[in-house]
Design a protein around this ligand. Structure first.
Ligand code: SAJ
Length: 426
């Protein structure tokens, strides 16, 4: 079986490697020549070391990067589907472009699989009509199906081989074809959805579920502070109930999936009040973190603040929708407000960003010592090991005020307090 993977981002390259490592001849194409070049040189944009090894193994076998999409028995589309915040709708242009390029390569009996996260109905309503332009009838001449990916960044290789998979074709023949492709490479159980639209809906439901549940935890954190109650102890006690499993509050919901996928679900229905409320609660958390700091420091003008973590979560390098970067924006905005009110001689807060996992030069990053030196406060915004292992003994002398906002509840508060720190836990 020959496969052509369209889009070699995080999911496309992982999927290409999965099939190459399971004995398939895989060709992969990405529209960005620098992505193709990096993969060919064995230097893809991944930071998980076992994923890097997994990809290298695939490149040593039968994964080859091509300068154009090629004919194959199976085409798998793994292209980005961003949310367009201006028009408030999903942007399916990459899926449409990939579909057109697949259409020009099709032969009778081929299978086309969409893995990109999309609004319900996209495989049947958008992709299949484009493929029909080939002259082959989707469903009868060619198979067309949707297969969501569920791997968790940071734990990709383990989840790739153990997670359950869900498939849905536009008809029974398409479903059977996609099942026989994925079942032999799936370590978890396989579940057949009644159709492609259901499979699309399931993916969105999973991520919206997590967003709503994080919003619930964040709501508890906001409400607990009104009563001077420790929300994390509350959650631990609440979770002793056999049917309660509250998630963790935090500085906001980042990444490319959880903050975006619920919008795809809301786009196609009028019944999205809960989903929209959850989005708005989670989006307000960075501002809330800044308000916790303001309560202690008052005016933020001229303050020096260390933001520890611009990755969207612990031990990953991805900064998309980063709570840490959102917190920086709010700190700067708040101190601008102070500037407007203040007498002459006052300036914006000096916000110093530190993140040992982020290697891109998109933000001015400094070392931990540079970030903390002379700072009025530090805010922990990503649960990287380097930050959860921080010791008050080591950094106490660096800060000008012993104030830490622990937005993720990762520090042992009592120990820090013994060293004269005020620890504000979200
Ligand atoms: N977060 C909290 N509280 C929590 C859990 C997470 O505030 O209790 C925050 C994190 O700090 C982070 C954000 O939520 O900022 C998202 O992180 P995550 O670990 O919940 O999820 P992702 O985006 O890394 O991966 C999710 C996963 N989906 C689900 O768990 C339902 C993953 O399985 C999907 O494959 C992935 O989205 C995707 O690609 O869709």
């Amino acid at each position: 079986m020959t496969l052509c993977i369209h889009g070699l981002g995080y999911i496309g390259l992982t999927t290409a490697s999965l099939f190459a490592n399971n004995g398939h001849e895989v060709r992969g194409y990405d529209i960005d020549p620098s992505v193709r070049d990096r993969i060919r040189r064995g230097k893809p944009d991944v930071t998980e070391s076992d994923l890097q090894e997994y990809i290298n193994r695939a490149l040593d076998q039968d994964l080859e990067v091509t300068d154009a999409p090629v004919q194959a028995d199976v085409h798998i589309i793994c292209v980005p589907t961003p949310w367009d915040y201006d028009s408030n709708q999903s942007d399916l242009s990459c899926v449409i472009n990939a579909g057109q390029s697949v259409s020009s390569l099709l032969g009778k009996g081929d299978l086309v699989v969409l893995e990109s996260t999309v609004p319900p109905g996209t495989t049947r309503g958008t992709l299949a009509p484009i493929l029909a332009g080939s002259g082959f009838e989707p469903g009868s001449d060619i198979g067309v199906a949707y297969v969501p990916e569920t791997v968790m960044p940071g734990n990709t290789v383990a989840e790739l081989s153990s997670n359950d998979r869900i498939f849905g074709g536009i008809n029974a023949e398409s479903t059977a074809a996609v099942r026989s492709l994925y079942e032999p490479v799936s370590g978890g159980e396989v579940h057949v959805a009644p159709d492609a639209t259901t499979a699309e809906f399931v993916k969105l439901a999973q991520n919206a579920f997590r967003d709503v549940n994080i919003a619930f935890a964040n709501t508890l954190a906001l409400a607990a502070s009104d009563h001077d109650v420790d929300v994390r102890e509350t959650i631990q006690l609440a979770n002793s109930h056999p049917r309660v499993d509250v998630l963790d509050p935090g500085p906001g919901v980042g990444g490319h999936c959880i903050p975006v996928d619920p919008l795809f679900l809301a786009e196609t229905t009028d019944e999205a009040d809960l989903i929209e409320a959850a989005r708005s609660i989670n989006d307000r958390m960075p501002q809330y973190v800044v308000s916790l700091l303001k309560r202690r420091l008052g005016d933020l003008a001229n303050r020096r603040i260390a933001v520890l973590g611009i990755a969207y979560k612990g031990n990953v390098s991805d900064t998309r929708n980063s709570p840490g970067l959102a917190i920086r924006r709010h700190l700067l905005k708040e101190s601008e407000t102070s500037l407007a009110r203040a007498d002459g001689g006052r300036g914006n807060a000096d916000v110093r960003l530190c993140d040992p996992h982020v290697t891109t030069d998109q933000a001015d990053l400094v070392t931990l010592t540079e970030a903390l030196n002379g700072a009025d406060a530090a805010i922990i915004t990503a649960a990287h090991d380097e930050f959860t292992d921080l010791s008050p003994e080591r950094i106490g002398g660096l800060l000008s005020k012993r104030l830490v906002v622990d937005a993720l509840g990762v520090l042992e508060t009592k120990r820090w307090e013994r060293h004269g720190f005020e620890v504000v836990v979200l």
